[in-house]
Design a protein around this ligand. Sequence first.
Ligand code: DGL
Length: 257
Amino acid sequence: MQKIKTTPKRIGVFDSGAGGLSVLKSLIDSQSFEEIIYYGDTARVPYGNRSQKVIVQYSLEALEFFKTEHIDLLIVACNTVSAYGLEAMQKVSSCPVIGVIKPGILALENAIKDKDSKILILGTKATIKSNLYQTLLQKQGYHNLSALATSLFVPLVEEGIFEGEILDITMHYYFKDYPNNPDAIILGCTHFPLIAKSIAKYFNNKPLLIHSGDCIMQYLQKEYPLKPIPNPTKITFFASDDLKRLKETAKLWLNQP
Ligand code: DGL
């Protein structure tokens, strides 16, 4: 992975849409960055049902967007892009590009030492199909793995449904054949942290939930000499469609003025 020597002050966050706000929240809460430029490809979300070729193409186009933003570091909040587009982006980017999957694996390794633990990976169709989480976890010795594409959670979260009957039915639909309580669940999609409470409740609040935003912060704190900043982080939003809606969602999800 590329590395810069200085502390990243002005960083970019890219997601297929509004979901990356869940990662943005962790970055804001860390009070480590002077400026964050958020770009959501709201015109073309969701990426999770698309082919590898299209996801790579969209990822490179997003990189083009950030070219004029003079950022020190780009965070790919989207798990789907992290699974398919990251390498292509890293090859041509002038600044480091960090995805959420590797930090997620490292965070799980730190938290779950028993390699026999039952780990459930949730993600979009594309992320689960990429097999990346599964392969990386197997490499680390975890073998009790299950992976489920739970794509319907994405539109529910977009709709502002974080709990209740429809979500319960959807969770039952996806989880009914899952035999045991998992020890850990990887929330391998930007939208899933918003329904983390409901997912945890479904599994009797037993499993440890791995959230991309927390993982990326743990990773950045290890990789870079981050220092607390005196002023609140300045955030600028960009969207490929309906910027107003993205800003409204941000207000709601981030509790920001
Ligand atoms: N941001 C995507 C992810 O984390 C979820 C939404 C989509 O399918 O684009 O995988």
